[in-house]
Design a binder for this molecule. Sequence first.
Ligand code: SAJ
Length: 447
Amino acid sequence: MTKATNTTTANRIKEDLIQKIKSRQARVCVVGLGYVGLPFAVEKAKVGFTVIGIDQNPRRAQQVNAGISYITDVPSSELEPLVQKGLIKAVTDFSLASTADVIVICVPTPLTRNQVPDLQYVISVTENIARHLRPGQLISLESTTYPGTTEEVLLPLLQRSGLKVEEDYFLCHSPERVDPGNKRYTTKNTNKVVGGVGPHSLEVAQAFYEQTIEHVVPVSSARAAEMVKVFENTFRAVNIALVNELAILCDKMGLNVWEVLDAAFTKPFGILPFYPGPGVGGHCIPIDPHYLEWKAREYGFTTRFIGLAGEINRRMPEFVREKVHRTLNEVGKAVSRSKILFIGMAYKKDLGDCRESPAIRVAELLLEDKAEVLYHDPHVDEIELNGRLYRSVPLEEETVKGVDLVVITTDHSSIDYRMLVQNAPVILDTRNATKGIAGREGKVVLL
Ligand code: SAJ
């Protein structure tokens, strides 16, 4: 075929796909039905797209097909009717991938044990997609990753199909921006950045995302879109590390870091609120910046802020452990003969997610110091600490009175902090969750 024919064909393929997308006739495949993929699938189905979800976990597929949501931000009452109408179906294999016009990849991008990007899930999914790739498809990578992944890893795998990107199929990166538990900003109203491997891919991707997201932000390439997201999470990691370092310094100087920060954040411009804590959890902030750190080394560049922020944030559980020892010493008790009640095991408030949770790290360190540990977390029924299973205890006055120390590690909204302050012998509050509770003076030690 001559180039001209190719161009004509390519344009027709692109126009046909855009038409299918705009008429909502396009079939959407979401790979990875986690905290990103499931809300995304629901948003697309709500506007009329038929969505096939692919998840390697058969239990997740069963739950989705039964209309049962396992993601806090997706009520089953929203999922179930869409499944009933046949707008969402979950499977565990890729046999239906070729029936999809748009395939969105929302699988995890963790780190290996030695802090190196682990793209095994992205690679295995892309290899499966390549086996089912056909003309007229848009492939979008949403997983957070280093700049270059879409063009350097996905594209060569997809090219194995013999199809040509920008002519037969289209490829983009559109980073997920999900803040788990955020009721104000959802998949629908969070601005979405999109970058294509070429202008045709960008055009198709923009048309797709504009169907359900209020504001789509095009950038010049997939690499730029990848950089946007790792920068966003690096920005958070560095600023959290800054206030964590300040907390350690204020502790040494006998200053109340929470008072200092609250006053600093009264400045109406040029500052953004971040607060110290027992460390940084979740599957994003402790991990994503190291994707950029790793890639920068390829250019002979050391991203010192990222390394330093990670070091400070990872050190916070040790700092809390040391403060527990000091707090108990103040009342003449040794950790090794103390009973400590943890309030919260999840990595952040009002969620049950414990991935990379600093609360777990603190509890395990104190178990190593021979403390007796129990915990209450309304969102976490049971947890493994140093290889042993613990169950959340009911939060009762007798329990609180019966321990030597209460450590607040996650500031869940539903906790009765007043009861804690009234009944606990002493509290180490790493989240300032007892702020404004009468009688906390002399009872509550702040991070
Ligand atoms: N944390 C602090 N101090 C702060 C803010 C957070 O100690 O001032 C801690 C939290 O307790 C938690 C950890 O940092 O343990 C991460 O919290 P997070 O809310 O920054 O991170 P995620 O993983 O729940 O969600 C983030 C998104 N959060 C926000 O933008 C508020 C965003 O960075 C990403 O869209 C998302 O990860 C992602 O998927 O990348």
